[in-house]
Design a protein around this ligand. Structure first.
Ligand code: IVH
Length: 674
């Protein structure tokens, strides 16, 4: 093929044309051409670009799918936290929300916008001067994962915003839900089954798994879509209400769910709740309720926030879906804190497409209060994402062979006496050396939100604990190759890999460590707040209850739990051991100190001798674009820049699969963003 008289013009025309058809399809839901015509336009553009690679820009429709990414997903901080929603489980609870809002805001009536609650995965897209520069998952609400490469493959997401004659905002942070349509999900599963592959569990998990791929070519093959419904930081554009936002988004090319209601009275809200519930099965996507939001942003600001959710919005959940099956047995599991939990073993039953085989029963009182006997036919329910629950026995179906459940008197794992502490519903095993407790605390310590050592899984931890090789977190860092090779299913290769992973995990962010220590009441969210507030483990360990209470989101119960934790001899020993084995704790970067830039949050390590500048200078230039410069290489590192004679850091980067840049590549990266 040869060039047309003005190839440059044709290239621009093709790009605009393709963007327009995406817009017609995903935003206006009014496609004008067949898939085959679209593909033809696309191929024409790709051919033109292959003859003129110098004209390829990242926002070209041909650039949606990149190559495999070399390292793990990088963290991406949210400028404005991404919160969750409070739930209402009935119309009465929705009404109570409205009453609360009217009282709080001193209004006779409030206008709400109600939308279906999409059962997908919430993400944030950052558009700078109209260009998609960053896309991230919600994560813990403060920091998610950088999944830009994967989000770029979703055709519903514009790579550049439509200007439509007005200046584009300098910054627009868009939030919404990535999801998979039910029909596309079924099609995909049918073809998997035809190939003899295990089908995916449900659309939501598939969407989540697809977005967290390391190779965006895999994501590109998944039928992901997106609807936008919220904004984070905005610069150069202002929305004063949800209606305004939902009207403006499509004009920027951002897809908005056309099904929503502007509710002038509360009756409009209940009408919409019933409408979506009746449409539920026929809607193309999964929804588990509606979201009701105050329309006016000035009223939202007045209403403000509770700790993890805004006061001005609520999710109105649909009643849970139920099924009936047999309770085969009740087993008891021992958790990290020694709490014994009865777990129902069920005859497998499908509830809304998900197979349920077990359910938690929380404690002995719950089993008794629900009147459940082992062997009963029981009603089970699945409410949204919540772990399946047993509602109660089916009356009139007993045979007389059923038997009551009782908590064991001895711990099923270590045989020490089980106690029920004064005022507690839980039975506990108080033996801190109980193998079940040790196993769970080690697994927690190695879990994703903590030190993230994936190779330290349940089977391996069982062996390590059973053989007395590990009894506290610090012990895992003393494991060496020879010891590991002696274990079941551990060859030289996997042993080496684990040793390397453990070495990398020694460099750990303070919040992850705090979470991993398993301080009662301290989840990932509180751990992040504490880390940012105190900066070091020592300062937190020395904090008084009053001091802790002054930290936002930390209540009396949490402060007491923290003080108790650090006063405990065993815990002090655990921490001393961790420092002894060489744990390097990284202080969190204060949120607002890191400048915003294209390299924001990317972790850089510099090594070797650079030709055109010193390492310090290189670090300052990267930091000026928002990068974080760290000393040692771990799996969390995004780039290692290697000059002459780089030594061990470069080697380690290669072992861990972290991208290694030459000085030239680094300079190119800088100037690309200058
Ligand atoms: S608004 C401040 N609107 O529900 C919260 N959320 O439980 C702003 N979700 O994390 C969220 N559909 O993932 C909003 N139409 C909708 C939604 C929606 C689904 C999800 C979202 C959020 C979660 C909260």
């Amino acid at each position: 093929m040869t060039d047309t008289p003005n190839p440059r013009e044709e290239l621009e025309r093709l790009r605009a044309e393709i963007d327009r058809h995406n817009y017609l399809y995903h935003v206006l839901d009014r496609p004008e051409i067949e898939d085959a015509e679209y593909d033809a336009l696309f191929r024409r553009l790709a051919a033109l670009e292959s003859r003129h690679p110098e004209w390829i820009t990242p926002d070209s429709p041909t650039q949606r799918v990149g190559a495999a990414s070399a390292s793990v997903l990088a963290p991406a901080a949210h400028g404005v936290p991404m919160l969750s929603l409070d739930n209402a489980f009935s119309e009465d609870e929705l009404r109570a929300f409205d009453a609360r809002m009217r009282a709080l805001l001193n209004q006779d009536a409030i206008r709400y916008v109600a939308e279906p609650k999409l059962d997908g995965l919430s993400v944030e897209l950052v558009y700078i001067d109209g260009r998609l520069t960053l896309g991230s998952t919600r994560g813990d609400g403060l920091t998610g994962e950088d999944v830009t490469a994967n989000l770029r493959t979703i055709r519903a997401i514009p790579l550049r915003l439509r200007a439509e004659g007005r200046p584009l905002p300098a910054r627009l942070e868009v939030r919404g839900e990535v999801y998979i349509e039910k029909a596309a999900f079924l099609r995909l599963n049918r073809s998997r089954e035809a190939d003899g592959l295990e089908p995916y569990a449900n659309p939501r998990n598939l969407a989540a798994g697809s977005l967290r791929q390391l190779d965006s070519r895999v994501t590109a093959e998944r039928p992901l879509r997106m609807y936008c419904y919220d904004a984070g930081r905005t610069d150069g554009v202002r929305f004063e209400s949800q209606v305004e936002l939902l009207t403006a988004f499509p004009s920027f090319g951002l897809p908005v769910n056309p099904l929503y209601a502007v509710c002038e009275t509360f009756d409009d809200v209940t009408a919409f709740y019933r409408k979506v519930q009746s449409l539920r099965e026929s809607l193309p996507y999964e929804t588990d309720g509606i979201v009701v939001k105050i329309d006016r942003f000035d009223l939202r600001r007045q209403a403000g926030f509770a700790s993890r959710s805004p006061r001005w919005a609520i999710a109105g959940k649909f009643p849970a879906e139920q099924g009936v099956t047999r309770l085969l047995d009740i087993q008891v599991s021992v958790g990290r804190t020694g709490v014994l939990t009865p777990v129902a073993v069920l005859e497998p039953v499908r509830v809304r497409g998900v197979e349920i085989t077990s359910a938690t029963l929380h404690n002995e009182d719950e089993v008794r209060d629900k009147g459940i006997l082992i062997g009963d036919r029981v009603i089970v329910q699945r409410a949204g994402d919540v772990i399946p629950q047993i509602v109660g026995p089916v009356p009139g179906e007993r045979t007389g062979a059923e038997r009551p459940f009782a908590m064991p008197k001895l711990c099923p794992v270590c045989r020490s006496p089980v106690v029920r502490l004064e005022g507690e519903a839980a039975h506990r095993c108080l033996n801190t050396a109980c193998p079940a407790r040790i196993r769970q605390s080690i697994l927690h310590f190695a879990s994703r939100g903590a030190l993230d050592v994936e190779r330290l899984g349940p089977k391996l931890v069982d062996q390590l604990v059973d053989r007395g090789l590990v009894s506290r977190p610090g012990d895992v860092f003393r494991l060496d190759r020879d010891t590991l090779i002696g274990l079941d299913r551990m060859g030289p290769k996997s042993s080496d890999a684990l040793v390397t992973a453990l070495e990398a995990a020694k460099t750990v962010a303070l919040d992850r460590l705090l979470y991993g220590l398993g301080i009662p009441e301290v989840g990932a969210h509180t751990a992040a707040i504490l880390a940012r507030h105190y900066g070091t483990l020592e300062r937190l360990a020395d904090a008084s209850p009053a001091d802790l209470m002054a930290v936002p989101d930390v209540g009396p119960q949490t402060s007491e739990a923290i003080v108790d934790f650090f006063a405990n001899e065993e815990n002090r020993r655990t921490m001393a051991e961790l420092l002894e084995v060489g744990l390097r704790i990284q202080a969190p970067a204060p949120m607002d100190a890191a400048p915003e830039g294209p390299l924001t949050g990317k972790r850089f390590v510099f090594t070797g001798t650079l030709a055109s500048m010193t390492r310090d200078e290189a670090g300052r230039r990267a930091a000026a674009q928002g990068a974080v410069v760290v000393d040692s290489v771990s799996s969390k590192t995004d780039y290692v820049v290697a000059g002459a004679n780089p030594g061990s850091k470069e080697k380690k980067a290669r072992e861990l699969g972290v991208a290694v840049l030459s000085e030239d590549a680094f300079l190119a990266l800088l100037s690309r963003h200058d």
